[in-house]
Structures are given as C-alpha cells and as structure tokens.
Design a protein around this ligand. Structure first.
Ligand code: AMP
Length: 249
C-alpha cells in the first residue's frame, strides 16, 4: 500500500505574525518557517502505518518555492521514503494545489492520501476536500483516528457534537485533526539519512493544470488591539456593563 502525504512550508506557529505595512500580506522575510503542524501529524500517521507493516511506501509531496525542499527533508527525516517537490515560485491557492496533487495522484496511484485539515497560514481547509472531489474519491476529514483493514479505511472524525465514524473505500483522502497523533521529532541520524533520500523535482507550470489564482487578496489587517479590562464593584454593575457596554446579554 502506498501513502501520499502533502506537506506545506508555513510560518512557524510560534512566530508572532506581522502584517506588511501596505496590507498586501504578512511578512515572511527573515521569519522562521516550518512544516504546517497538521502536516506533521499527516507524516506521523503515514510513517506509523509503514512501521505497522500496513504501508509499503510513504511519499511526501510539497508545492512551493525552492525553500520548500527543507520541509520535504523534514518529512523524509521523520520517515517518509521519498519526496516530490512541485516547484512554484508563486504561492498557489488551494484549488491550484489540489489540481497539482491530483496530477501527482494520477501518476503515483496512492491507496491513501493524507493531508492536514488546514494550513495555518491561509486557514483555508479546502485542499483535501477539493482533491477528493476531483479524484472522485471518498474523504474522511478532521480525522482523530484512522484504521485500515480489508482495503477499507475507518476514520473517526471530530465533529461539533462529538465523534463520527465513517468507513471509506480506498483510495481515499484523509485530513488530519490535532488529536490524531503526536508527531515525532526527527533524530539527528535520521536527519542525516534523509539527506540521501530521493527528491524528484517537477515544475508546477509544466504539469498541464490550470494553476491561475481565482481569488485576489484585497487587504490583510491586524486584529483590533484588545482593550484593557475594568474591575467592577459588584454583580449588578457587572450585569449593567455586560448589558449596556459590552452588549452581550
Ligand atoms: P488548506 O486547504 O490551504 O488549509 O491546506 C490543507 C492541507 O493541504 C495542508 O495541511 C497540506 O497538507 C495541503 N497543502 C496545502 N497547500 C500545500 C502546498 N503548497 N504544498 C503541499 N501541501 C499543501
């Protein structure tokens, strides 16, 4: 069984993101970048399937600039067998990434594709769903548990009211939620070994898919600054403030 995992290079989740002065986006120069945390969970799940003898091969795919290779190397150091780097100097929107992943799926014919439920930079939560739709494959989104047996995937999903269990025929797409697993840190020997693992490079513009953006970012702004709180003297004053100042009751 072959597992394909998508990994995106994003601003590290610990970084205090700064909006560019002209409102065109956020500052990425001289900012620490890392693998999207939900994609670390995707890689971990795929590697565990390999360690359990269920998967034979784990292929990591990234779509992005030359620097994204670093993210692929992290996936390889965590245990993926090989990488595919779809090079694009433009930041691709989720629809375009889904089309690129579709083209890779048609070539690689994986049994299972695992992607993050969302990339923490654009918070789109779209790529996995669009890929599944375009491949006409079933999808198990927001997975907090995945079990594979008899060419079926059983996915426990985190939904508003609790947990939902769905059975999917394979090939299928699974998107990871936070509680699926705790990703490992790559050990130094594995980081060294990962340097020798193969990475195939392809140009996004040469895959024959329409990657033109469909959305224009009109403006990016910082959230309003939180105002200082006040100390109220008693419950009636609290109720008054909630009713007449905050207008929440
Ligand atoms: P999004 O729909 O942008 O929130 O992203 C959801 C998931 O799709 C991410 O967690 C990744 O697994 C995958 N993905 C999105 N963009 C890329 C990219 N440029 N390269 C590789 N994977 C991506």
């Amino acid at each position: 069984m072959k597992v394909l995992v998508a990994v995106k290079r994003v601003i590290d989740y610990n970084v205090n993101v700064r909006v560019k002065a002209d409102g065109s986006g956020v500052e990425t120069s001289n900012v620490k970048m890392s693998m999207n945390p939900f994609d670390e969970i995707a890689v971990e799940e795929a590697v565990r399937l390999k360690e359990a003898g269920i998967a034979d091969e784990v292929v990591a795919v990234t779509v992005g600039s030359a620097a994204s290779q670093e993210t692929l190397r992290t996936a390889l150091a965590m245990g993926a067998d090989r990488g595919i780097h779809v090079v694009s100097d433009e930041e691709l929107q989720p629809l375009a990434v889904a089309k690129v992943l579709k083209s890779i799926c048609l070539e690689e014919t994986p049994d299972l594709v695992i992607v993050g439920k969302q990339a923490i930079d654009d918070d789109s939560n779209q790529t996995g769903q669009m890929l599944a739709a375009m491949m006409k494959w079933p999808q198990g989104t927001f997975a907090s548990k995945v079990e594979l047996n008899d060419s079926k995937a059983v996915v426990i999903r985190e939904v508003d009211g609790g947990l939902e269990t769905v059975g999917l025929s394979m090939p299928c797409v699974v998107t990871t939620d936070l509680r699926l697993n705790e990703p490992r840190y790559a050990s130094l020997p594995n980081i060294m070994k990962a340097k020798k693992k193969p990475i195939e490079e392809k140009k996004a513009s040469e895959l024959g898919v329409d990657i033109a953006p469909r959305l224009t970012v009109v403006n990016v702004s910082e959230p309003p600054k939180r105002e200082a709180g006040i100390v109220v003297e008693d419950v009636s004053q609290l109720v008054d403030k909630l009713k007449n100042v905050a207008k929440v009751i």
